[in-house]
Ligand binder design. Structure first.
Ligand code: BGC
Ligand code: NOJ
Length: 826
């Protein structure tokens, strides 16, 4: 069953009923102020860091699900018969005559109505400002006058989200607010907890109208034993004018309005983050300096101002997404529209979100646990670098600064401080190589070799700074210098698969699989890291050569060849690539094993790297993946699933069969197989692996899949799980970047390379052509691919601006013009 549809022209997903199988969310904000926003107005917002600077409170894992948000309560009527309801459906689950939620690019719009009272809410974070704007319109669609009470509601978080949810002995005494609700003009509620001491920031929740009352104390507004669905103040039709003192500060405006038949009124609510210089914190003793808040409210004090900011946001996205589009009219198969809307819009949008959030804040990531991942952020770049290359550049420099001098790296860093995270530390031996991967993608996109000369600290220490090139060299050398008995890379705490903890040997409940090493074997090896090395190594060598480091290039090529030899000698199991060697030197991912005989990652990556393409092993490996791992909903990570906990394997065997890394469909590595298939020229199969995990293809299966049909999820339950096909962990996953790479660069085959734009499609034989627009290094490429021959790979001829062109690399034009590329497959 479907719960909505794609409105392609508007670039919106339209949710047509509020009781979706899980909250279907959107992200507001592009740069430093962000909001999570569900289809029933649930969620929360924060400035830069979801853990340290959270403005509003949110209760994860709650019953009912999705409790807390920016709520608007309506009380229609002015007597005891008045009708109280919440137009976003939650929290009252009000019966609505009409409901629609449109999630768009950086904004969401909820419209509903009941008994002739129509409501519309447009919520977004304007470009450049640190606030959410909620533009609320009430419209009397009935033919009699209406008297309506409107109450806004947000609950403040006492900034540090972790502390907020745990340290009640202190928190219940520190909450403070200030109010500024004059008879004319805007009204503002200030959340100022801890401002009296070490904070120089506060939150403001304002509206561009005078109010008839307010509340700032949760208990006064709701009633101690009431939930969000039955607030006393609303049912009584009267705000309490409460001033929070400790306990739980909230912000609620009370507005009484009369709407004659057909009349509508619009209000602009702003929820903002404000900061003051240390010496200008107060206007008087214990009175906060409200200037930044007043400026902000002033800026958005008219409907026109809010609309203008929304229009700017729309232009921003239109422009960004114009950098890569798939022309829907060029498609020859009906279903391909699903691919076009994902590749052209939603997949790229999700890449922006993963670039911004890493794995910090979603409805599955609490925003307090994980910072920016070294490997994650480098991979996220792959799907983002074409959108805003300058931001990718500075991200690369931030990430590189958390690398250690020996090339290893902090596994994560905090976005606010940009410093490596000591709690997790280092030792994930794939990490260093992803830096090469990210930088290579950046250079191919931009041609900016200058980044290699930037001086970047090691271990966040300026005294240890060296050029970014040296960082790459240390990354490369780290793998070379840390090999095990078979000449394969040592795995350390884990490689890409965080749950393959081969030195962990944990018997203690609750001990972290990722940070514990009870048995540093010094021998556990990863075939996957070898394959990653073989994939990114040639880019490193190429970068060396192009920057006149010929000796280094030759050394790199020698090491890569050696690594490939090691994989061929010790990493091949007969029908597929092995996954690893454990702490006793025993094989993992081998037909000799009882469970975990075959894994997806090493097979996908080895073939991506070209290993076995010449001698037939690559075909055998991918055929084995298909035979043993493929399912209706995507390719599972391993088979057979581990039935029991294995001390020598760690977390992978801790999950019940079919979930997460233990034989779940871990979507992130499905596109590796897709790309690998394109290496073999198998376009039909490549597309099949692409479409299986692509959410738009499962839109009408939402009851089973449950997650948003417009975004990828990290995991879909595998065939061993009870609800095979059910997705979890939507939004923050490396799947976004890799699927975008797989569809745009390898299936449609428009791939940035060092010298230009390579046209190398690998498509199903019944796909007779397509057209793509790609912005690349200062010019626009209109690329049309024609496949009347019905092949899967191979370009027979190319013209550029009407002239025959040799080879399939289109040069860098950098002339601000549009160029027409016409490629014929055959
Ligand atoms: C999950 C992994 C994740 C890791 C991060 C594990 O529990 O299964 O997917 O990468 O935690 O710490
Ligand atoms: C999610 C983590 O964020 C990522 O770094 C890891 O590669 C995958 N899980 C697989 O374990």
């Amino acid at each position: 069953m479907q719960y909505g549809y794609f409105d392609d022209d508007a670039r919106e997903y339209v949710i047509t009923r509020p009781d979706t199988p899980y909250p279907w969310i959107n992200y507001l904000g592009c740069e430093d102020f962000f909001g999570l926003f569900s289809n029933t107005s649930g969620g929360y917002c924060f400035y830069r860091d979801a853990r340290m600077l959270r403005l509003t409170r949110y209760r994860y894992n709650n019953a009912p699900i999705d409790a807390g948000g920016r709520y608007f309560y309506l009380r229609d009527g002015n007597d005891s018969e008045a009708d109280v309801w919440t137009p976003s459906w939650m929290p009252m689950k009000s019966k609505l005559d009409r409901y629609e939620c449109r999630h768009g690019m950086g904004y969401s719009r909820i419209s509903s109505s009941r008994n002739g009272l129509a409501f519309s809410q447009v919520s977004f974070v304007p470009l450049r400002d640190k606030c959410e704007v909620h533009r609320i319109t009430l419209n009397n669609e009935s033919n009699t006058d209406k008297y309506v009470d409107m109450f806004s509601f947000v609950e403040f978080c006492l900034w540090n989200a972790n502390d907020d949810m745990t340290n009640f002995q202190r928190n219940f005494s520190i909450g403070e607010v200030e109010i500024e609700c004059p008879p004319e003009g805007s009204s503002a509620i200030y959340h100022i907890t801890e401002y009296r001491e070490r904070r120089n920031h506060y939150a403001v929740w304002g509206v561009n109208a005078p109010v008839n009352g307010f509340d700032t104390d949760r208990q006064s507004f709701l009633g101690l034993y009431n939930g969000f669905d039955s607030p006393d103040a609303v049912f009584q039709g009267q705000a309490k004018d409460s001033i929070a003192s400790g306990w739980a500060p909230i912000g609620s405006h009370y507005i009484k309005l009369k709407l004659s038949a057909g009349e509508s009124k619009t209000y602009v609510f702003v929820l903002g983050y404000c900061e003051n210089p240390e010496d200008q914190k107060c206007e008087a003793q214990n009175k906060i300096n409200k200037k930044p808040a007043r400026d902000l409210l002033e800026k958005y004090n008219t409907t026109e101002a809010a609309d203008k900011a929304l229009a700017e946001l729309n232009d921003y996205w239109k422009n960004l997404l114009g950098r890569f589009t798939v022309d829907p009219f060029s498609l020859t198969r009906a279903d391909d529209i699903k691919m076009a809307r994902m590749a052209g819009v939603w997949n790229q949008y999700q890449c922006m979100v993963t670039f911004n959030m890493s794995r910090s804040a979603s409805y599955f990531e609490s925003g307090i646990g994980r910072g920016m991942g070294f490997r994650d952020s480098n991979q996220d770049l792959l799907g983002f670098v074409h959108l805003v290359p300058e931001r990718a550049r500075s991200r690369i420099l931030d990430i590189a600064a958390t690398q250690f001098p020996d090339g290893s790296a902090y596994h994560q860093y905090q976005p606010l401080t940009k410093r490596g995270n000591n709690e997790i530390g280092s030792g994930f031996n794939d990490d260093p190589l992803w830096l090469i991967c990210g930088v290579a993608a950046y250079i191919k996109e931009t041609g900016d070799y200058g980044i290699l000369n930037e001086r970047v600290p090691f271990d966040n220490n300026d005294e240890l700074a060296d050029t970014l090139f040296i960082h790459l060299k240390r990354s490369f050398d780290f793998t070379v210098n840390n090999k095990g008995p078979h000449g394969l890379p040592l795995i350390g705490r884990a490689d890409w698969n965080d749950c393959l903890n081969l030195n962990c040997f944990s018997k203690t409940p609750g001990e972290s699989f990722q940070t514990t090493a009870n048995f540093e074997s010094g021998v556990a090896e990863s075939v996957l890291i070898a394959a990653i090395f073989a994939f990114v190594g040639p880019d490193y060598a190429e970068i060396c050569r192009r920057t006149n480091r010929e000796d280094e290039a030759e050394y790199a090529e020698y090491e890569i060849a050696k690594m490939i030899d090691a994989v061929n000698q010790h990493g091949w199991d007969g029908n597929w690539f092995l996954r690893a060697y454990d702490a006793y030197g025993k094989k993992i991912g081998s037909s000799e094993c009882e469970d975990g005989k075959i894994f997806i990652e090493s097979n996908g990556f080895a073939v991506m790297a070209g290993i076995g393409v010449q001698d037939g092993r690559a075909v055998t490996a991918l055929d084995s993946v298909k035979e043993h791992l493929d399912t209706k909903y995507g390719i599972v990570l391993l088979q057979p699933a581990y039935k029991d906990y294995h001390l020598e394997l760690g977390e992978v065997s801790s999950y019940p069969p079919g979930y997460k890394e233990n034989a779940g469909i871990f979507c992130h590595n499905n596109p590796w197989v897709t790309i690998a298939e394109t290496r073999l020229g198998r376009g039909t199969r490549a597309f099949e692996t692409y479409a299986k995990i692509c959410p738009a293809y499962r839109e009408d299966d939402s009851d089973l899949r449950r997650m948003e049909p417009y975004v990828y999820a990290q995991m879909v339950a595998g065939k061993d799980a009870v609800r095979h096909g059910e997705a979890k962990n939507s939004w923050l996953t490396g799947t976004a970047a890799w699927t975008f790479v797989s569809i745009s660069q390898y299936i449609l085959g428009v791939r940035p390379v060092f010298d230009g734009l390579l046209i190398d499609p690998c498509i199903p034989s019944d796909m007779k052509g397509f057209a793509v627009t790609r912005h690349f290094r200062g010019a626009e490429y209109h690329i049309t691919v024609e496949n009347s021959a019905g092949v899967e790979k191979g370009v027979k001829s190319i013209t550029v601006d009407g002239n025959p062109h040799d080879g399939n690399v289109i040069p860098v034009f950098n002339d601000g013009k549009t160029h027409k590329v016409f490629a014929v497959m055959g």
